[in-house]
Design a binder for this molecule. Structure first.
Ligand code: PLP
Length: 365
């Protein structure tokens, strides 16, 4: 039997009646932009996260740009981030008018290396943007220590990590601002695009709120170049329902991960979860030098898998002008060569996990 990488249809089936009723209610209400569901979802998200507020936006990419703009980042500024992430992380920095400055990841967690941040600081550095990769928070305390020592804000790209925790605090609340994506494949996924910006500062929440509506305070006077970037009522209505089950879905993902940890061949590197952190496994990403052989064996056995960020951002044509050379980011390059995401969703059974583990083992035989 084929095993899919994700199971959007299965997750829908679980909530079908409630989602369809909620969507119909929105359609019949005539309130489709910035209505009660966006407001409700923002309040419920802020309460979940422990932030002062949250602002629904059209997608995670806009959310990152809006967060940077809210912090005053713009032309001539530099923002430190990682090259082992989805392109949107760095694209958002460029959209804000700033220059992405890449630093390597840690070889175990695959998240930003705090010591490398220190070495990349310049007088033009205006923010630090760690990424909670694949559902694991970056080392927020270590990042914060560097940021505070240099008076810099942290924008946490938590697009892949709804519900993950770092010493009891939620991903998305670990920096000055946090950003989520509700792209359908995310662990908290909508049925279209969507995003959220969070902050501990009422001033920054208000600024993000203005920026998502053309930068206007009163929706009549225009003093800034902003965005037309709102979460819509239909998505918000669905996300409110998913918010009620996300902790259970994440727990089911963690159980699947524990089965993988148990059943995968010994020589395969499992995701690293440092003490005090919880991983929400947006993706379960294993690593092995024979990644391509494993992927071929999985394909043969109809087990879906995918290698992520195989051309890391420092080697993408759009960033050629940054002048990076082979060897600049050894941990990033190793992760790009060795990673493989294998099926992960709340509905996988232990038997399916064993089937995937057998396919991985066949690739190593
Ligand atoms: C780490 C990361 N940052 C940013 C984004 C951008 O989010 P979106 O696709 O909603 O614009 C994504 C997801 O696509 C992501 O995985």
């Amino acid at each position: 039997m084929a095993v899919g990488l994700m199971d959007i249809k299965g997750q829908y089936a679980e909530l079908q009646d409630r989602i369809e009723a909620a969507v119909l209610e929105v359609l019949r209400s005539g309130r489709v932009i910035l209505g009660p569901n966006v407001k409700g979802f923002e309040e419920e998200s802020a309460a979940y996260m422990g932030t002062v507020g949250a602002v629904g936006v059209a997608n995670g990419t806009d959310g990152l740009t809006i967060a940077l703009r809210a912090l005053g980042v713009g032309h001539g500024d530099e923002v430190i981030t990682v090259p082992f992430t989805f392109y949107a992380t760095a694209e958002a920095i460029a959209q804000a008018g700033a220059k992405p400055v890449f630093v390597d990841i840690l070889p175990d967690t695959l998240c930003i290396d705090p010591a490398a941040i220190k070495r990349a600081l310049t007088p033009r550095t205006k923010a630090i943007m760690p990424v909670d990769l694949f559902g694991l928070p970056a080392d927020a305390d270590a990042v914060r220590a560097v940021a505070e020592a240099h008076g810099l804000p942290v924008v946490e790209d938590a697009c892949q990590a709804w519900g993950a925790t770092y010493n009891g605090r939620r991903a998305g609340s670990l920096g000055d601002m946090g950003v989520f994506s509700f792209f359908p494949t995310k662990n908290l996924g909508g049925y279209g695009d969507g995003g959220l910006v969070t902050s501990h500062s009422a001033v920054l929440v208000q600024r993000a709120r203005e920026l998502r509506f053309h930068g206007s305070k009163d929706k009549k006077t225009f003093t800034d170049i902003g965005f037309n970037s709102r979460l819509d009522e239909v998505q918000a209505a669905i996300l409110r329902i998913e918010l009620e089950v996300i902790d259970e879905w994440n727990a089911r993902r963690a159980r699947v991960a524990a089965w993988y940890d148990e059943h995968l061949p010994r020589e395969v590197l499992r995701p690293c979860v440092p003490d005090g952190l919880t991983h929400v496994y947006h993706l379960y990403v294993m690593r092995h030098p024979q990644r391509d052989a494993i992927a071929a064996a999985c394909k043969e056995r109809k087990v879906d898998c995918a290698a992520y960020y195989t051309t890391p951002l420092q080697r993408q044509p759009v960033f050629a002008a940054l002048g990076h050379k082979v060897g600049d980011f050894p941990a990033t390059d190793a992760a790009a060569e060795q990673n493989l995401a294998i099926p992960m969703h709340p509905n996988l059974s232990e038997a399916q996990v064993q089937e995937v583990a057998a396919a991985v083992a066949a690739g190593l035989a």
